[in-house]
Design a protein around this ligand. Structure first.
Ligand SMILES: *[C@@H]1O[C@H](CO)[C@@H](O)[C@H](O)[C@H]1NC(C)=O
Ligand SMILES: *[C@@H]1O[C@H](CO)[C@@H](O)[C@H](O)[C@H]1NC(C)=O
Ligand SMILES: *[C@@H]1O[C@H](CO)[C@@H](O)[C@H](O)[C@H]1NC(C)=O
Ligand SMILES: *[C@@H]1O[C@H](CO)[C@@H](O)[C@H](O)[C@H]1NC(C)=O
Ligand SMILES: *[C@@H]1O[C@H](CO)[C@@H](O)[C@H](O)[C@H]1NC(C)=O
Ligand SMILES: *[C@@H]1O[C@H](CO)[C@@H](O)[C@H](O)[C@H]1NC(C)=O
Ligand SMILES: *[C@@H]1O[C@H](CO)[C@@H](O)[C@H](O)[C@H]1NC(C)=O
Length: 522
């Protein structure tokens, strides 16, 4: 039995080498990857900010094909994202495995308000199966990018994190303390920092690496490369002793990155005991990691027809839902709209999916309804970045006329451009599909009615607006697609129609993004 497992392990290792790895390995916003191997399985956890459930965990057997398997924080009492602004929330998870359990250390930043002085707080939790998680333990120190480390020699557990030295001087560095897994209390600090440092003992002294920075595409005149903002790397070895690093990077499209920070992988070699990433070369989008086995695969279409008990795990809500605001039944998704919209720092009746490709179409078929919508009742789909930047197409009562209208609302830095097309009906009887066509440089908004196959696109906006934050806010995530309904500040009318969706489809096309961020036209 044991011999078989060893054999299987070797076989899988060899199998992994027969498949090229294309970057990004996890597309769509997935920043701050932490990679871990346990026997033959690899795991990556990434940041989730104001999205719920929090901290997605992906699994792979070959470093190439990654499947979303669970979320560390799927219970409302584990993740209290109430009124959380864009870019705050749960960040920078790190994975570890010891004592027969998986461990995640992560942090929350509930808000950025400098007056409120709410600092990032560090916590950890553990799980045997990555599905059922312990309660959270809050750590003593505050800071960012926490990591639990079990020293195999001393068997002591350490917390490493970026933190200020004290609240007066606020000198940030990498700190380490011995931590109690029971109550999160910390022993004495060791104070060292560098891009990489090494030590024979977890207690130091640490020595800075000679090849720093390990990973920096902006350097050496490479600031015109598509892949930028490389960083936040964690390393993993394969059972056969090869090394790789998972890291975050942006794909820059004419200067901005609508998909935010995605998860990338590169090879690691060792010289004099120090790691060298990608043989010291910048990261090119066209360069495969591992053997060259041909073109990037176009992902299969994604179809959610709401016929299964459990929806795909890749659906999110904004912030922690106070109440259930959707129902799946008889192959339909019924939304229970509330007073909140996608522009509020609250939980609207909306379900979101990360945008996974720079060349794809997101389509959704509305549930038909009889009865009509009021001027503050909207149901539709959106390219969503934040409460400030979301680009919507939907159905509502016509402005300045009777009946139902299709509308688009496009937002650019707090200006709103409204456009409407009358549906020439007062209730929705014919099937209506809404479409968002995403290309690297723009989003187009359209619809198809009845049996019309070809969508009719009515408005468009530059994709750079889905990488924009107003002053004093940040863009830490990337664009998602949403399906939503809202009463725009008013409760949904008691006698209002039941609104929702019959089906959601994502269609992917080839993604030929150049190595250099140079675009003449699409
Ligand atoms: C990727 O892995 C998943 C889960 O194991 C599997 O269902 C899927 O077929 C794999 N895809 C490819 C392209 O190998
Ligand atoms: C990118 O920048 C480098 C260094 O400035 C320059 O030599 C190279 O020609 C540029 N490449 C492109 C495609 O613009
Ligand atoms: C409706 O009428 C108001 C007042 O004339 C005008 O400001 C607004 O632009 C109109 N809305 C649409 C969608 O035509
Ligand atoms: C956004 O609006 C603010 C306030 O009007 C202005 O100062 C800023 O320059 C604008 N930014 C962009 C990119 O348009
Ligand atoms: C409704 O009728 C108007 C005027 O004929 C037309 O412009 C519009 O395209 C029609 N709407 C739809 C959805 O076909
Ligand atoms: C996007 O897909 C379309 C349709 O397959 C293709 O014509 C176009 O070249 C693709 N664009 C990019 C940037 O890959
Ligand atoms: C790239 O962005 C600039 C503004 O920064 C704009 O003027 C130009 O038209 C864009 N290029 C394309 C191909 O969209």
């Amino acid at each position: 039995m044991r011999g078989n497992n060893v054999f299987l392990g070797l076989w899988l290792t060899m199998a992994s080498l027969s498949r090229a790895i294309h970057n990004p390995i996890i597309s769509g916003w997935n920043p701050d990857p932490s990679i871990l191997r346990v026997q033959d399985d690899y795991y990556i956890a990434t940041s989730s900010f104001e999205y719920f459930p929090g901290i997605p965990i992906y699994k792979s057997r070959d470093l190439s094909n990654w499947t979303l398997i669970s979320h560390a924080f799927a219970q409302p009492d584990q993740l209290q994202l109430y009124g959380t602004p864009t870019g705050a929330g749960a960040w920078a998870p790190s994975l570890a495995h010891f004592d027969g359990r998986f461990w995640i250390a992560s942090m929350t930043r509930w808000t950025y308000d400098p007056v409120a002085r709410v600092w990032p707080r560090v916590f950890f939790a553990s799980s045997v199966d990555l599905i059922h998680w312990s309660e959270l333990t809050w750590a003593d120190p505050w800071g960012i990018d926490p990591e639990l480390f079990r020293d195999p020699l001393s068997r002591k557990t350490y917390l490493n994190l970026m933190a200020p030295n004290n609240n007066q001087d606020r000198l940030w560095g990498i700190y380490q303390c011995e931590i109690s897994l029971q109550d999160g209390s910390c022993g004495t600090d060791d104070q060292h920092r560098s891009t990489i440092a090494r030590s024979r003992s977890a207690e130091g002294p640490f020595e800075a690496g000679p090849n720093n920075p390990l990973l920096f595409n902006g350097a050496y005149g490479f600031d015109n490369l598509t892949v930028q903002s490389t960083g936040h790397a964690t390393m993993v070895d394969t059972p056969s002793g090869e090394w790789y690093a998972a890291f975050l990077a942006r794909r820059k499209i004419n200067g901005s990155s609508p998909l935010g920070r995605e998860t990338f992988l590169t090879s690691v070699t060792w010289k004099d005991g120090w790691p060298i990433f990608n043989d010291g070369n910048p990261i090119l989008l066209s360069k495969e990691v591992g053997p060259v086995t041909g073109k990037r695969r176009i992902p299969d279409p994604f179809v959610e027809d709401f016929s299964r008990q459990k929806m795909d795990p890749g659906w999110y809500q904004l912030r922690t839902p106070y109440t259930k605001n959707f129902n799946v039944r008889r192959g339909s998704l019924e939304l229970r709209p509330n007073v909140f919209s996608l522009s509020d720092r609250d939980t609207p009746a909306a379900l979101l999916r990360k945008q996974k490709s720079l060349n794809m179409t997101f389509s959704a078929e509305l549930l038909g309804f009889s009865g009509t919508l009021g001027p503050r009742n909207q149901v539709g789909i959106s390219s969503y970045l934040s409460e400030f930047q979301h680009q919507d197409i939907g159905v509502t009562a016509c402005a300045n006329a009777t009946g139902l209208c299709l509308y688009t609302e496009l937002r650019q830095n707090q200006t709103l451009q409204y456009h409407q097309v009358p549906l020439n009906t007062s209730s929705l009887k014919e099937p209506l599909m809404l479409h968002i066509r995403a290309t690297p440089l723009r989003y187009q908004f359209g619809y198809s009615l009845g049996n019309a196959v070809q969508p009719k696109y009515i408005t468009e906006i530059d994709s750079s607006w889905q990488a924009f934050a107003p002053a004093n806010f940040f863009v830490f995530s990337g664009a998602s697609f949403a399906i939503f309904a809202t009463g725009l500040g008013e409760p949904w009318p008691r006698d209002g129609p039941v609104v929702g969706f019959k089906q959601v489809t994502e269609t992917y096309y080839e993604e030929n993004i150049p190595d250099y961020d140079v675009w003449d036209k699409e």
